[in-house]
Write a protein of this length. Structure first.
Length: 159
């Protein structure tokens, strides 16, 4: 795997990636509205230099928030490697904590993050309904037929 900072990739490549996997580069969560194609992050590339994973994050006041994480080849360690790279970047920036938000239907993400030391820290009831007012393409039904309604915040203290 090759790792590149997102700023080293063409903006068009990033926009296409987010449009393919998220419907648009716009991410709407309870902490804000973000253009993921413009955020700091790290991309994992395969030997053909195709993106196989991508993480974006913001750092504010010694806190890091992961905005997006995609692993195109699940079960190959791509997501774990990207999380570790983001945590290292957060530590280097002096952050004491890293957090993220996922939706109530994303049971795979909840498993993934908790196995890597993240703890549930907040529940934002009906947050996705509010987000749909800004980004209407957010689906009503998610994984396993679960209605997407709420956001779950997870965090990890960095040593």
């Amino acid at each position: 795997m090759i790792f590149l900072k997102t700023k080293e990739l063409p903006i068009g490549t990033l926009r296409n990636f987010f449009t393919t996997y998220w419907g648009s580069p716009k991410m709407v969560i309870s902490s804000g509205v973000y253009d993921c194609s413009k955020l700091d992050g790290i991309a994992a590339l395969d030997e053909m230099e195709e993106i196989i994973g991508l993480i974006t994050f913001i750092i504010k006041e010694q806190r890091c928030e992961i905005i997006s994480l995609d692993s195109i080849r699940e079960g190959k360690g791509v997501g774990t490697a990207l999380i570790e790279k983001a945590e290292a970047a957060a530590k280097a920036a002096g952050c004491s904590c890293i957090k993220l938000i996922t939706t109530n239907d994303n049971l795979n993400a909840l498993r993934f993050y908790q196995k890597r030391g993240y703890r549930l820290s907040a529940l934002h009831l009906d947050a996705v309904q509010k987000a749909r007012k800004i980004k209407p393409q957010i689906p009503l039904i998610g994984y396993d037929g679960i209605p997407i309604r709420d956001e779950i915040e997870l965090e990890k203290l960095l040593e």
